[in-house]
Ligand binder design. Structure first.
Ligand code: AMP
Ligand code: ZN
Ligand code: FE
Ligand code: FE
Length: 279
């Protein structure tokens, strides 16, 4: 019998920037006919509660631990997926706390620059605003942009980015980012597999070569609603390097309605490769 196992290994909940709560996402996975799922929220493990594992079991959905870590190489954002890490006493937790701490410091720096430009916003104000928006998303520039509109400093969030917040803007602060290598090391330390996310979007040339020299376990070949043609070079590369060819939709719910859950997926073999822990 041909197995009809399909697992979507890339999706977001309202613990980061998706719209669905984790339990609702599991139910949607079931309705969609998926047998396996990995939730890969940006820089947080918050979706992985005991309730989530219990509901997955109840629904008969196989759950693989996942995360999408933010890193930066030569000022270019690079997303690294981590799969199959241990959730008990997860060593990613202190790493994520450090990441949050750095974010807070960066926000403070941006607010300081805005205040110097006679556009004062206090840290307390920013936190209260983000909470009132019931946003579980890590506080960052999008919140600052919305608050600037709210305070009448600019007319639209786009204007806030264009004038002040974008890289090179008047009040931009880069913050201190982790490198892709550090992200890979952290995933490995937690006994997970490190995968380069959506390589299709990265600029070709020396930057990409440098990135692909890193010790990944896999690469995300199947992605969202891309065409077969776009998958091919990455599948070839995975084969050459002996990397696991992973895939998923990058579902964000109502926030990206053109991307349905399960539009990219992997078979059982791949799911098992990512679930297996070395050592
Ligand atoms: P942060 O994580 O604080 O650096 O903010 C990153 C987020 O800001 C991105 O995910 C986008 O949603 C948003 N963003 C970044 N650059 C721009 C831009 N030029 N215009 C509008 N939104 C942007
Ligand atoms: Zn996202
Ligand atoms: Fe991403
Ligand atoms: Fe994503």
């Amino acid at each position: 019998m041909i197995s009809d196992f399909r697992a979507d290994l890339h999706c977001h909940t309202n613990c980061s920037d998706g719209s669905d709560d984790p339990l609702a996402l599991l139910r949607l996975a079931k309705q969609t006919g998926l047998q396996g799922l990995s939730i890969t929220d940006h820089d947080t493990l918050d979706a992985y509660t005991p309730e989530l594992f219990a509901e997955a079991e109840q629904l008969g959905i196989r759950l693989l631990t996942g995360i999408e870590l933010s890193s930066e190489l030569d000022h270019v954002p690079v997303h690294i997926l981590g799969y199959g890490y241990e959730i008990e006493n997860c060593t990613l937790k202190p790493f994520l706390e450090e990441l949050q701490k750095r974010r807070k410091e960066r926000n403070r720096e941006i607010l300081k620059k805005l205040t110097e430009k006679k556009l004062p916003i206090s840290e307390e104000e920013l936190i209260a605003f983000a909470l009132s928006a019931r946003s579980k998303r890590t506080i960052g520039r999008p919140h600052i942009a919305m608050l600037m509109v709210h305070k009448g400093y600019v007319s639209t969030p786009q204007e806030a980015f264009e004038k002040y917040l974008k890289e090179g803007g008047l009040c931009y602060a880069p913050g201190i980012k982790f490198s892709p290598k550090e992200a890979i090391d952290e995933i490995r330390k937690a006994k997970g597999k490190a995968v380069l996310a959506h390589p299709h979007f990265l600029k070709k040339g020396s930057f990409l070569r440098k990135l692909l020299d890193l010790p990944f376990d896999g690469i995300e070949c199947y992605y969202a609603v891309l065409h077969k043609e776009q998958e091919r070079p990455w599948l070839k590369l995975a084969k050459e390097r002996g990397w696991i060819a992973t895939g998923g939709s990058d579902y964000h719910g109502a926030l990206k309605p053109h991307i349905p859950l399960g539009c990219s997926w992997v078979p059982e073999h791949t799911f098992l490769q990512l679930s297996t822990r070395d050592s």
